[in-house]
Design a protein around this ligand. Structure first.
Ligand SMILES: [Zn+2]
Length: 212
């Protein structure tokens, strides 16, 4: 497992006298320790320190895909901070997103240190299906389109569906309804579009070039 300098970590702050979240301002990964400069996010104290590297633990993972669920195990550093909606890759290359974090005693939390977690409840997160509502005067249609998490959808753009096109006029994300700009598929709950007649398929210019 390749070890990278983390962006944040839990550490005993000398001023707060508590284990708080620290930003790692500078860091160099050694074989058994991390030399770094930390800044406490509670009190702002900045200091240099050497931290023994955390152990790598086995994390129990449940992947649910509709009615089917699968159990597996992944490796993670014991003091990694895991939060709901975090994305990570399994060793087999599948991309997962954390839906729920279970601690012992059936407790569910939004964020936790890895070593405290009993089970991570995840969803596979490679091929998403996005809901689209298309308005045509008083009629509205519901469609679904496939997307990858990184795909961007831009307000005003034409979206080609199988049986019709639409112009995106609003996007509901997890946070808010946006009416200008763009959103990534991973954040989108629903796209709202205005009906547009199906355009004729346009020949791809790149394909033409290859013929010459
Ligand atoms: Zn502090």
């Amino acid at each position: 497992m390749q070890r990278e300098v983390p962006e944040t970590l839990y550490y005993d702050c000398p001023d707060c006298d508590d284990e708080t979240i620290h930003d790692v301002l500078k860091g160099r990964m050694g074989k058994a320790s991390l030399e770094c400069t930390l800044k406490c996010t509670e009190c702002g104290r900045t200091f240099a320190t050497t931290i023994p590297l955390p152990k790598i633990i086995k994390m129990q993972v449940v992947i649910s895909d509709g009615p089917v669920s699968e159990r597996t195990v992944t490796e993670i550093e014991e003091d990694d901070i895991i939060a709901v909606e975090d994305e990570f890759f399994l060793e087999d290359g599948r991309r997962l997103r954390v839906c729920s974090i279970e601690l012992p005693g059936d407790k569910r939390v939004k964020k936790s240190k890895a070593s405290k977690v009993k089970m991570l409840w995840c969803q596979q997160f490679d091929n998403l299906t996005i809901k689209v509502t298309i308005n045509n005067d008083r009629v509205s249609y519901s469609r679904r389109i496939p997307a990858l998490p990184d795909d961007e959808f831009v307000i005003g753009n034409r979206l080609e569906l199988e049986d019709m096109d639409c112009f995106i006029h609003a996007i509901k994300t997890r946070e808010k309804l946006i009416q200008h700009g763009q959103a990534e598929a991973r954040d989108i709950i629903r796209i709202y579009g205005k009906y547009g007649q199906k355009s004729y398929p346009v020949l791809d210019f790149e394909d033409d070039v290859e013929d010459f």
